[in-house]
Design a protein around this ligand. Structure first.
Ligand code: PGA
Length: 248
């Protein structure tokens, strides 16, 4: 059966001490739950020395080492105690021009190093308005992810994040989230098989917060969340965790 997963994407927020304290607070309620904290990479080493949820990097270069000024490799991330990465976040796609081809290289590099991957997909507003959102998102998955074999896919979770909902306060409705999650699951079933489709966790992201989490997580094909803004406050993130794990 697929796992419930909650992931915090801290993005380029929090100073070192703030990150340290927030992580410690999250550690007080993360026990026995599948929680990932995607911290700024600078802090991974220090966070890995504390007992708490899994930590991961928000970005990396697909090459193993070399003359790539400003970049970090998967081996470097692993040497700081993290074995998880986000790939395909819309901010990487839009601001840093990462296309499906580059994302495929990143997926392959992370699989080779046995990292856990949360692979993000999602459509911009104009695609949603033109009603081509399902085709658009499935194409993203086909071009960067669906070349993996069944065994390789075991390390992968998918996060559906409609771009128009990220950081905007405009959440997808539970119906919109469920529709896309079901389409994603059906496409996995089509490319692989039903068992594989049933084993992959599909998270929702985009202005998910303590107020709307329960409704979103109640959808049969929503297995958790990728949380940005609301993960920067321990009390909000705790409520979202409780919504997912049903501990009210
Ligand atoms: P948000 O960000 O929750 O602030 O909308 C989500 C994300 O970008 O992963």
């Amino acid at each position: 059966m697929r796992k419930k997963i909650l992931a915090a994407n801290w993005k380029m927020n929090l100073l070192r001490d703030e990150a340290f304290h927030l992580y410690k607070e999250i550690a007080t309620f993360s026990d026995s739950k599948e929680i990932f904290i995607f911290s700024p990479s600078l802090y991974l080493s220090e966070l890995s020395s504390i007992d708490g949820p899994k930590i991961g990097a928000q970005n990396f270069h697909f090459e193993k080492f070399g003359a790539f000024t400003g970049e970090i490799s998967l081996d470097q991330i692993a040497s700081c105690g993290a074995n998880s990465v986000l790939i395909g976040h819309s901010e990487r796609r839009q601001i840093f021009n990462e296309n499906n081809e580059v994302l495929k290289l990143k997926v392959d590099a992370a699989i080779e190093k046995d990292f856990d991957i949360i692979f993000c997909c999602g459509e911009p507003l104009e695609i949603r308005k033109s009603q081509n959102h399902v085709e658009y998102v499935i194409e993203q998955l086909k071009e960067s992810l669906f070349h993996l074999d069944v065994l390789q896919l075991k390390n992968v979770s998918i996060a559906y994040e409609p771009i128009w909902a990220i950081g905007t306060g405009l959440t997808a409705t539970a119906e919109q989230a469920e529709e896309m999650h079901l389409e994603i699951r059906n496409s996995i079933s089509h490319v692989y098989n039903v068992e594989v489709a049933d084993s992959i966790s599909i998270l929702y992201g985009g202005s998910c917060n303590e107020k709307n989490a329960l409704e979103l997580f109640s959808c049969p094909n929503v297995d958790g969340g990728l949380i940005g803004g609301a993960s920067l406050k321990a009390s909000s993130f705790k409520e979202i965790t409780n919504a997912l794990y049903g501990l009210h």
